[in-house]
Write a protein that binds this ligand. Structure first.
Ligand SMILES: [Zn+2]
Length: 137
């Protein structure tokens, strides 16, 4: 558990779901179906990168958060989660960098897109950096 509460879901939780059948994970709460999280496979130069589709806003994210206020991602348009003050300095720096990269690399729907004139290698490196920041939570 990192950041402001909530359990986190990443593509690693989909192990075994990649092949055969639709890549989706059903989450239950008190015996009831609570949410369905789908997996998107983003083609990158060395294969595919699994991303989770946020069930709340539809953005593709590295991390989905199961939070007391609901399920979603940390995006400003979504759960808009902030950070615990104890780890604020480095986390804030990471979050600012992440917001910058999200703005640069993701379109309005949260889908990755290479900015006009950005070289492919630069783009791939920045996408990798963004995913690593997202994995940090
Ligand atoms: Zn979201």
């Amino acid at each position: 558990m990192r950041g402001e509460g909530g359990e986190e879901l990443t593509a690693a939780d989909f192990e075994g779901y990649y092949h055969g059948g639709p890549p989706r994970l059903e989450l239950h709460k008190a015996g009831e179906l609570y949410a369905v999280v789908r997996l998107a496979l983003l083609p990158v130069f060395n294969g595919v990168r699994p991303l989770l589709i946020c069930p709340r806003c539809g953005a593709r994210r590295g991390v989905i958060v199961l939070h007391s206020s609901g399920i979603g991602c940390r995006g400003r348009e979504c759960l808009n989660l902030t950070w615990r003050s104890t780890r604020q300095t480095s986390q804030e720096r990471r979050q600012l960098r992440r917001e910058y990269l999200e703005e640069l690399l993701l379109d309005d729907g949260g889908d990755p897109r290479r900015p006009h004139r950005m070289r492919v290698k630069v783009y791939e490196a920045l996408v990798d950096e963004l995913f690593e920041l997202e994995a940090w939570g």
